[in-house]
Design a protein around this ligand. Structure first.
Ligand code: TXA
Ligand code: MG
Length: 312
């Protein structure tokens, strides 16, 4: 692995664990995207994350833990939550549940809500860190607020590396899209489409309720309309590029193709990386081919609509 010039060498796991225990921030690889991590119970450390990302404080963070058993000490699990955890953990599913341990997951981490978002990531480096610290670790995507999520060590360092005491290199993220966020409260509700598809979740708990619309700040506080955005304007559902535009194809070749063979899994893994690469070529705009809406396509289209600054 080679690093871009001027980039710090990655830390080892013991250094990252020590930094977290001292209340510092750490760049942490997961299977979805790179996170900017801190101890969820340390209000000062959590405040530093909001600061580093320029993130609005009404947008709560996900707590990462090493096991479902650890998660059960932090939040209230019913049978539906247990079934989902059993089916998808470790993996890219986040459960929003009634909070139980308000010290371990600070008020600031929850943005004052009485619910906590929790997941067990499926990445060996993340799991090694979480096992060693044995505390819930908040880790929003390591981008500055509103920008595409980083899916490589170098991209994470470029976004928020300046704020981290240590950074771990876990290779390029296999999934490339953030976790699916599901609230298991009065009903089971999809708050953010993601790497685990709607069909996969419904196979476990039956039909999902919908988030109550984009303005639903109470249930889905972080779903801002302009998000995941590169510097160049993004045009979606584009059959072909216009003069000066970089083109993210699907099912066609090309330097920024999301998947030459039209494979949704490959397109998900490439999405944020290609948006960044296209942006670096300083185009007048970035045009993206139509992406099918089924399966993983739901989450890909969700991110693209937000990158384009329009939701609907
Ligand atoms: O894949 C992922 O989930 C990555 C990796 C690093 O684990 N993390 C991530 O975190 O995407 P972040 O902070 O970028 O997104 C967290 C999402 C936001 O949409 C936030 O509003 C929602 O989860 N969320 C967190 N706590 C919540 C709560 N108590 N109720 C409703 N939504 C919540
Ligand atoms: Mg994010």
């Amino acid at each position: 692995m080679s690093y871009r010039p001027g980039m710090p060498a990655p830390a080892d796991i013991a250094d990252a664990v020590a930094a977290l225990q001292e209340g510092q921030l750490v760049i942490l690889p997961t299977e979805t995207v790179y996170g900017l991590a801190a101890d969820a119970g340390d209000a000062q450390a959590v405040a530093a994350i909001f600061e580093a990302k320029g993130r609005p404080r009404f947008n709560p963070l996900i707590s990462h833990v090493a096991s479902a058993a650890q998660a059960e000490r932090l939040a209230v699990f019913d049978e539906r939550a247990r079934a989902l955890a059993k089916a998808f953990w470790p993996g890219p599913l986040t459960l929003v549940l009634p909070v139980q341990d308000r010290e371990a997951i600070s008020d600031l981490a929850r943005a004052g809500l009485e619910t906590a978002a929790i997941r067990v990531p499926a990445h060996p480096v993340a799991l090694a860190v979480l096992e060693a610290v044995d505390r819930p670790i908040v880790a929003p995507s390591a981008n500055r607020s509103g920008r595409p999520s980083p899916t490589t060590y170098c991209d994470a360092i470029e976004e928020t590396g300046a704020f981290a005491a240590a950074a771990l290199d876990g290779g390029p993220c296999e999934v490339g899209l953030e976790s699916t966020v599901v609230a298991v409260l009065d009903d089971v509700r999809l708050l953010r489409p993601g790497a685990v598809t709607r069909d996969q979740i419904e196979a476990v708990v039956g039909p999902l309720a919908e988030a109550e619309g984009e303005g639903d700040a109470k249930r889905s506080p972080g779903r801002l309309a302009l998000h995941y955005a590169p510097d160049a304007p993004v045009r979606i559902n584009a059959e072909a590029p216009r003069e000066g535009e970089a083109y993210l194809g699907f099912g066609t070749p090309g330097p920024f193709s999301l998947s030459p063979t039209g494979d949704l899994r490959e397109a998900a893994a490439n999405l944020f990386r290609r948006l960044r690469e296209a942006d670096r070529s300083k185009p007048t705009g970035i045009a993206v081919a139509p992406i099918p809406t089924e399966g993983l396509g739901e989450a890909i289209n969700d991110r693209l609509k937000r990158a384009a600054g329009f939701v609907g």
